[in-house]
Design a protein around this ligand. Structure first.
Ligand SMILES: [Zn+2]
Length: 350
């Protein structure tokens, strides 16, 4: 009898603690339309964690991505919890390794409305800077990701970071990035927020400011609060009337751009020998994605300048460059949103 009582009490505990939490198959409620009065469940996923290899994430200039994401997530949670009607979970609170499937399953278990995976970036050539948001490639999850991405890139832009945009990437198994693919499999909206590049000086200036991780976490939280139309009496913020952009849900996957810019040309507009100042008229465009940066080379393409921001809405611009001593030609190079580039024919300086 005592044994039975114990089993019953264990069962009761299990039922109480599992309330709206794990073990409950939430597939039926996940697709239900939420009323505005309903509580929003947000899962923040601090990218990476644990020891060795990709668990550490990007490591440059003393920064370790897995630590940055955890600190940013804590700041994001702290801010978000000051809003009403939101429950916030972290996939990990400590420096532990966790599979991408387990992170997505955690979100499923708590009946998450959205999973936000926080990351810090680096590029193979260490030449790229800026923020970007990766989203699911199709359907309703694309639309939700894009809506959030619009808000998120605006918030990071306010901090001064260059915005590389809202992007999809498709692989052989569906969405290329595992956390997005695993969340999509479970019907959970998800995005990856790449805050900045740890291997580039342009972005590192944003890491050296006043409590930068707090600022990033705050920006993330505000974007989420706007997305869900949340209100905070303690912060004096009310986003209940916030209007999201309307985004259609594509039936087929929105592919990523795998080809370099189709158009890239440069012609000399003027040259001032005294100051060695050259003005080039440059044209660059790509049907698959916007042009984000340009660079120039004065040594036949051996090395290039730091990437400069290109007005992504324009196809043509005058650029002014200082020609180094001894240089006879300049090469203009344009980069698209996926960092594919095309060189224009060399231009004779004088
Ligand atoms: Zn990462």
């Amino acid at each position: 009898m005592r044994k039975i009582t114990r089993i019953i009490s264990i069962l009761l505990c299990f039922l109480i603690f599992s309330g709206n939490m794990p073990f409950v198959d939430s597939s039926a409620t996940a697709v239900a339309v939420k009323k505005s009065s309903d509580n929003v469940v947000v899962v923040i996923d601090p990218g990476h964690g644990g020891v060795g290899g990709t668990n550490e994430g990007a490591m440059y200039h003393g920064y370790i991505e897995k630590q940055l994401t955890l600190a940013t997530a804590a700041a994001m949670k702290q801010t978000l919890e000051q809003f009403e009607g939101v429950t916030v979970y972290l996939t990990r609170n400590t420096d532990v390794a966790m599979s991408l499937a387990d992170r997505a399953q955690f979100a499923k278990n708590v009946n998450a409305d959205f999973l936000f995976s926080l990351h810090y970036n680096a590029s193979p050539e260490h030449n790229i800077y800026g923020s970007e948001v990766w989203i699911p490639s199709r359907g309703n999850l694309y639309a939700k990701g894009y809506q959030f991405g619009t808000i998120m890139t605006a918030e990071l832009g306010v901090l001064g970071l260059y915005q590389r945009g809202i992007k999809t990437k498709v692989g052989s198994k569906g969405d290329y990035y595992g956390i997005i693919r695993n969340c999509t499999l479970r019907g959970i909206p998800s995005v990856i927020i790449e805050h900045c590049h740890l291997d580039h000086g342009v972005d590192l200036q944003f890491m050296r400011g006043n409590n930068p991780l707090m600022q990033f976490g705050y920006a993330d939280a505000i974007a989420v609060a706007k997305y869900f139309g949340l209100r905070s009496a303690s912060l004096g913020l009310d986003f209940s009337d916030y209007k999201k952009v309307s985004v259609a849900a594509p039936k087929n996957a929105i592919p990523h751009d795998t080809t370099p810019p189709e158009v890239c040309t440069a012609v000399k507009k003027s040259y001032h020998a005294g100051t060695r100042t050259l003005v080039l008229n440059c044209t660059a465009s790509d049907a698959g994605s916007p042009i984000l940066y340009y660079a120039v080379s004065f040594n036949g393409g051996a090395t290039y300048s730091v990437l400069m921001p290109w007005n992504r809405f324009a196809q043509n611009a005058d650029i002014t460059v200082k020609v180094p001593d001894g240089a006879s030609h300049v090469i203009f190079r344009a980069y698209n949103q996926y960092d594919e580039f095309t060189d224009a024919a060399p231009v004779l300086v004088n």
